[in-house]
Design a protein around this ligand. Sequence first.
Ligand code: SF4
Length: 465
Amino acid sequence: MARTLFEKIWDRHVIAHGSGGDALLWIDRHYVHEGSFHAFNALAASGRGVRRAQNVFAFDDHYVPTTGREHGVAGVADAEARELIENLARNTARFGIRHFHIDDARQGIVHVAAPELGLTLPGLVINCGDSHTSTHGAVGAFAFGIGASQVKQVLATQCLWQRKPQTMRISIDGTLPASVCAKDVILAIIAQIGIGGAQGHVIEYAGPVVRAASLEARMTICNMSIEAGARAGLIAPDDTTYEWLAGRPYAPAGGTWDQSLAYWKTLPSDADARFDREVRIDATTLEPMVTWGTNPEEGAPVSRAVPDPASVTDPLRRARMESSLRYMDLAPETPLASIRIDRVFIGSCTNGRLSDLRAAAAIARGRTAVVPAIVSPGSRAVKAAAEAEGIDRVFLDAGFEWRDAGCSMCVGMNGDQVGPGERSASTSNRNFEGRQGKGARTHLMGPAMAAAAAITGRITDVRTL
Ligand code: SF4
């Protein structure tokens, strides 16, 4: 029977079927971070250990500061953050888990660092106690975020009970216009299908735009699958995937690589495989996107204006829009490319990779930021690679701050926050009320657009620079 990529991975990982229709899945990789302390506490309270420590990898990312890193954990000023970082070190040492800690040259946001280490591979089932685990689907893995009690279950058993999701294919046709990036593609998809548009489904992204996309661009797209309500997002592996993975520290090598490659080539969806839902997007019509509201669905091409809730007939949707505009302090019909901003953040697991920093630096080069702007590479490896290319100097010369790697102003847990009532242009993935700080107003966009906003002090159509 013809099967999709997801179905092939699922079938290979089912250990047992439960009476209620759930399946017990084998979990190949489990990534943990400082926020996984609830699960470790629960594990200790139940007197259990870690079943397969060699399948678990830990990263310091959410709470690490992006300045003063030369002082290591002792330099973490916030006592609570410092305790969480030390707590992860204690737990990983106790159970023999590989830990890419705050001082490690391979440290970074788990969704940036794990793929670049070659831990994330096609055909694997991957869990992490973080929503944006969907990022890892870019190489052709089934990767999904789990809650604290499930993190405990996976630590204790390396297995997880799951209800099989439905399948959805989003085909992105045509070719991308100049200055339109992967972030614009995924923001346009979410604007079209809505924040619940893929609920209960695993999305497979397909079509010529995906096939032409770099692995990093694919990660940006898969990263935000969760913002459309999907359980996961994935992309069939191809030569782009294999070239990107070859030689990475944890990727298979030698004869194991050849065996793996032979298996990976069987993974793409069969030509006659059926999906429960099909969506098509015409890339040729896309423009740089920016959000105006308080969820990733509330976005529009930058050439447009803030929509008017009065034009919406659905009363619930109209009320949601009114609420968003109140929080964002925006009036209907305001041109998006006129909205003044107070600060800029370039980074996160959505847009903190080398290609993102290159795109932002291309706009910043030879110009000067007129508002505070910070650049936080997604990992220390990205930071080192960017510095080797002189990208740090481009940003510093343009008045941007060049920081260390971590989640930073995507979530503000490390103290990198947007002030009350301030408006930020951000390359992160969530613009929820208060996420980047109490009263913070966040506009999501791609890295070149964020750099353009820093240069002009307002949301700017990057095509005009
Ligand atoms: S960068 Fe943001 S979305 Fe990504 S893992 Fe960190 S907090 Fe979560």
